[in-house]
Design a binder for this molecule. Structure first.
Ligand code: NDP
Length: 289
């Protein structure tokens, strides 16, 4: 496992495990346990995924089994936009996430979207960070212009920006902005999130065969070689292992360029941040009364 050092000197694993859409509590707990047994140390959940409790259960069981210590794990969660209405709501949202997971702290906590009153929400994040409840704080889905404005304005700069990053939405310019502000890029949907059909692509098949690896491993490796942390999700043991086994090969410059050529720019089929209906829809998603 390789690590990256965040701007506050915290070590963050470069490969993690996501649990979006794993709504069945037992399935979530078992898949996180499988991931930790496989060697993953970074787990990515969110208040809106409704499975922070199952992640916390898996963490406690893994520690009880002696697989790892709490300090070796890097648990991430995210504040949902319903709780980003003002400072107090945001601080309560952070505390609710901690309570649901049963963890004393998160290693990383993110503003899930650049929606609601995200500057007030950030001040609550800064306070929880200074109190040690959050070891690192960051943002998610902050496009480059939003991130630049944010970094120029806030007291504590975000340490991570988790955005959609895969060969079909490569965002090279956004990566440059993150580098400029020393913000670690983290890829959500690193395998394309079940879209774009990467596993049927002939060019990717050729690269995979040349290395004796799978297309999933090639795509993950491509992001890692760009300095991007990846958090693939799977509920299948073989894939959980496959997605972690990405350290024994290197893509050449030519192969990196070939993967780069798949970039379509902004065509997200599921997440449409520039569509007002999508924004209104997110703001309408309630995770509590
Ligand atoms: P991924 O790119 O990780 O793709 C997951 C899909 O690919 C699932 O259908 C999975 O199926 C399948 N899959 C996994 N491994 C393989 C493999 N080796 N070969 C073929 N298919 C595979 O998408 P996600 O949307 O889940 O993103 C990953 C994580 O990012 C999320 O779980 C979440 O933690 C985070 N995220 C954050 C967002 C944000 O707004 N901040 C938005 C979306 C995601 P199966 O499970 O059946 O194996």
């Amino acid at each position: 496992m390789e690590y990256t050092t965040l701007s506050n000197n915290l070590e963050m694993p470069m490969v993690g495990f996501g649990v979006f859409q794993v709504t069945d509590k037992d399935e979530c707990k078992q898949s996180v346990l499988s991931a930790i047994r496989t060697g993953y140390r970074l787990i990515d959940t969110a208040a809106v995924y409704g499975n922070e409790d199952a992640v916390g259960d898996a963490v406690r069981e893994a520690i009880a089994e002696g697989i790892c210590t709490r300090e070796e794990l890097f648990i991430t969660s995210k504040l949902w936009v319903q709780d980003m209405a003002n400072y107090d709501a945001s601080y309560s949202g952070i505390e609710a996430s901690l309570e649901k997971s049963g963890l004393e702290y998160f290693d990383l906590y993110l503003l899930h979207q650049a929606m609601g009153d995200y500057f007030s929400a950030w001040r609550a994040m800064e306070d929880a960070y200074e109190q040690g409840k959050l070891k690192a704080i960051g943002v998610s889905n902050f496009y480059a212009h939003v991130l630049a404005n944010f970094c120029e304005t806030v007291k504590v700069k975000p340490m991570v920006n988790q955005v959609e990053l895969h060969p079909y939405f490569a965002q090279p310019a956004a990566l440059k902005t993150m580098k400029q502000y020393n913000v670690q890029p983290e890829a959500w949907a690193p395998l394309g999130g079940g879209r774009h059909k990467p596993f049927e692509d002939e060019m990717l098949t050729g690269i995979a065969n040349a290395h004796g690896k799978s297309i999933a491993q090639v795509i993950l490796r491509w992001n890692l070689q760009r300095g991007v942390t990846v958090i693939p999700k799977s509920v299948k043991q073989a894939r959980i292992e496959e997605n972690f086994d990405v350290w024994d090969f290197t893509l050449s410059g030519e192969e990196m360029d070939k993967v780069n050529s798949l970039d379509l720019g902004y065509v997200s089929e599921s997440v449409k941040h520039f569509n007002p209906e999508f924004v209104r829809g997110c703001l309408g998603v309630k995770i509590h009364d």
